[in-house]
Design a protein around this ligand. Structure first.
Ligand code: SF4
Length: 230
C-alpha cells in the first residue's frame, strides 16, 4: 500500500545487509587491527579483479584491493546479520560504509565508497614473512597476467596461454592448504590473504578448471571456444 510518506530513517528491514557485507576503508582499520572484526570473517577482492560494483550497477576492474566482510554460506547476506532479530551483531562497531548507507538517500555512500579503501598492505606490510608471501602470490597470480593470457585464447598462441593460466591456477591451488598445514594459518583467513580462489574467479572469464587425478585442465563454458587440453 502506498502511503505517500517518504522514508527518512532506517526501519531495520535488513535489505541492505542481505545484499552483501560492506567494503573496508582506512577509517575501519582499527576494527581489524584490534580484533573487533576477525580476519577470518573478511576476504579480499584483489587489484585487477573484475568485480560487480553495486553502486554503479555494473562490472568494473578493482583498482586497488577491496577488503569485504564475508557473506553467510551460499548467500550474499552479511555474516554479521542476525536474521532472527533483523539486527547487526556488531552494530556499534559497524564499518563506515554501513554508517553511511541510507537506502532512501545514497548520496553519502556514493561520496565515500571508492575513497580510502583499506588494502592488505595497510594491514600486513609490517608482518615481514607473511607479507612477502602475499606480494609473491600477487605478482605470480595477478589478474593482469590472467587477462593477458585470456586475450590470447582466441589466437594462435592458445596453447601457451592455456599453459600460462594453468600454471597460475595450480600455484594458487597448492599454496592455500600449504599455508594452513605448514604455517598454522587459520584456513578461514586464506581468502583474506590471497583473495578468492582462482578456481572460482576464473569463471568470470568463461572458463572452468577441471582435474583428472593430479592433472588440471581448462575447459571453456562455451563448448566451441577451444578443446580442453587433457
Ligand atoms: S556489518 Fe552490520 S550493518 Fe553492516 S552489512 Fe553487516 S550486518 Fe549490516
Amino acid at each position: 500500500m502506498r502511503t505517500g510518506i517518504k522514508q527518512s530513517n532506517c526501519i531495520r528491514c535488513g535489505t541492505c545487509c542481505k545484499k552483501g557485507g560492506p567494503s573496508f576503508h582506512l577509517e575501519d582499520k582499527r576494527l581489524i587491527e584490534k580484533g573487533i572484526i576477525l580476519s577470518k570473517y573478511i576476504y579480499t577482492i584483489r587489484e585487477g579483479e573484475p568485480v560487480f560494483d553495486n553502486v554503479q550497477g555494473r562490472f568494473q576492474i578493482a583498482t586497488t584491493d577491496i577488503i569485504k566482510i564475508k557473506g553467510k554460506k551460499d548467500s550474499w547476506t552479511c555474516i554479521f546479520f542476525d536474521e532472527d532479530s533483523n539486527n547487526c551483531k556488531i552494530y556499534k562497531n559497524r564499518p563506515i560504509e554501513c554508517r553511511a548507507l541510507k537506502c532512501w538517500d545514497t548520496e553519502e555512500l556514493e561520496r565515500i565508497y571508492s575513497k580510502n579503501r583499506l588494502t592488505r598492505k595497510d594491514l600486513l606490510s609490517k608482518m615481514k614473512g607473511l607479507w612477502d608471501l602475499v606480494e609473491d602470490h600477487q605478482a605470480r597470480c595477478s589478474y593482469k597476467k590472467i587477462k593477458g593470457f585470456v586475450k590470447e585464447l582466441d589466437t594462435d598462441k592458445r596453447n601457451k596461454a592455456i599453459e600460462g593460466i594453468l600454471d597460475i591456477i595450480q600455484y594458487d591451488i597448492h599454496l592455500r592448504p600449504l599455508l594452513a598445514e605448514k604455517a598454522g594459518v587459520n584456513p578461514d583467513m586464506i581468502d583474506f590473504l590471497f583473495g578468492r580462489p582462482l578456481t572460482e574467479t576464473i569463471k568470470m572469464y568463461d572458463l572452468q578448471v577441471k582435474h583428472k587425478g593430479d592433472r588440471y585442465y581448462l575447459k571453456p563454458f562455451s563448448e566451441d571456444r577451444f578443446d580442453p587440453i587433457l
